[in-house]
Write a protein that binds this ligand. Structure first.
Ligand code: ATP
Length: 311
């Protein structure tokens, strides 16, 4: 095949935070984090084509989930394209098309996955030759979850979540993801975290530490111990803003989930289940009371953003 593709398709995963510890905010208001990310086999797809008009950058979106996705220059895939052009000096254009499957503003990093897939697809379409590491560094400028969407697998994130270190997690995990409708804006959840900490006179640590028990449970592939270790310090502020999340979490546990947490800043809830059949049973029971829940079964994925087609 020639070295000049006309069309490149890339996918990138949504993420689940298996643990999320939150530290003090810096002067810009960004919080230090220690989080264990896991990629889900719930993928965003970005198709990048060379456009009719050579320098044009355009975007269309086909969303399979609820929620409004911006199609203007604030869309993270278009911002990724603009950043790549600014950094490399290329003037090439692209017609981008996103197929969305990750809940919008759901705490699963869907926009970040779009940015990661766009970076990987355009790097190839425009023949820029950047390494994944360089794409991760660029991606960090777009959002703290973008580097992980490039890397994938299971990783410890520190700094603002953008300093990554792979962690061994040999056992594939099955997740039931339930989106309760509506959304939570990440900055609002962090503001609620700060307000609740101030109210309780609590001082979040300057540098939060990773949960070593969780890392050991992941390395051992011990599902029960992993389930026990699921913990999210954004749980309280998310539930403060959306009290119904607590009821759904309790229902997921009562109906047999091994463990359940708010995913990232919510409101998507992630329940660890034994396998797909168990997940279907838990989902059916929980949805008897909350028919409005959109529940999807997925597995952990070893992959980050990757090219799936080139023509
Ligand atoms: P976060 O990474 O902040 O936890 P999230 O997973 O909760 O994000 P996203 O779906 O990534 O939520 O989107 C958060 C907001 O970003 C949306 O409300 C939307 O306005 C904006 N946005 C920009 N680009 C995208 C995109 N490609 N897909 C979805 N939302 C986007």
């Amino acid at each position: 095949m020639s070295g000049a593709p006309q069309r490149v398709v890339a996918t990138a995963p949504g993420k689940i935070n298996l643990s999320l510890r939150v530290g003090a905010a810096d002067e810009r208001g960004y919080h230090a984090l220690a989080t264990v990310f896991q990629a889900a086999d719930l993928l965003e797809t970005v198709e990048a084509r060379l456009p009719q008009d050579p320098g044009a950058l355009t975007l269309t979106v086909d969303s399979r989930v609820r929620g409004d996705v911006p199609v203007d220059t604030s869309n993270l895939a278009l911002r990724a394209a603009a950043l790549l052009r600014a950094e490399t000096g290329t003037t090439q254009g692209a017609a981008l098309h996103i197929t969305k499957r990750v809940p919008v503003a759901g705490g699963m990093g869907g926009g970040s996955a779009d940015a990661a897939a766009a970076l990987v697809a355009l790097n190839r379409l425009w023949r820029l030759g950047l390494s994944d590491r360089e794409l991760m560094l660029l991606g960090a400028g777009l959002g703290a979850d973008v580097p992980f969407a490039v890397l994938g697998g299971t990783a410890l994130g520190t700094g603002n979540g953008d300093q990554l270190q792979r962690v061994p997690a040999p056992a594939p995990l099955t997740w039931l993801l339930c989106a309760p409708g509506g959304h939570l804006a990440t900055p609002e959840v962090f503001r609620a975290f700060d307000a609740l900490a101030a109210q309780a006179d609590a001082q979040p640590p300057r540098t939060p530490r990773a949960d070593q028990h969780q890392l050991a449970a992941l390395a051992a592939g011990d599902r029960e111990a992993i389930a026990r270790s699921l913990a999210n310090e954004l749980h309280e502020p998310a539930v403060h803003l959306r009290p119904d999340l607590q009821e759904i979490l309790s229902a997921l546990r009562e109906h047999g989930a091994l463990g359940a947490i708010v995913s990232g800043s919510g409101p998507t809830l992630a329940a660890l289940v034994r396998d797909a059949q168990h997940g279907e049973e838990v989902s059916a029971r929980v949805r008897e009371d909350r028919g409005d829940l959109e529940c999807t079964l997925t597995r952990s994925s070893p992959y980050g953003a990757r090219i799936v087609a080139v023509d």
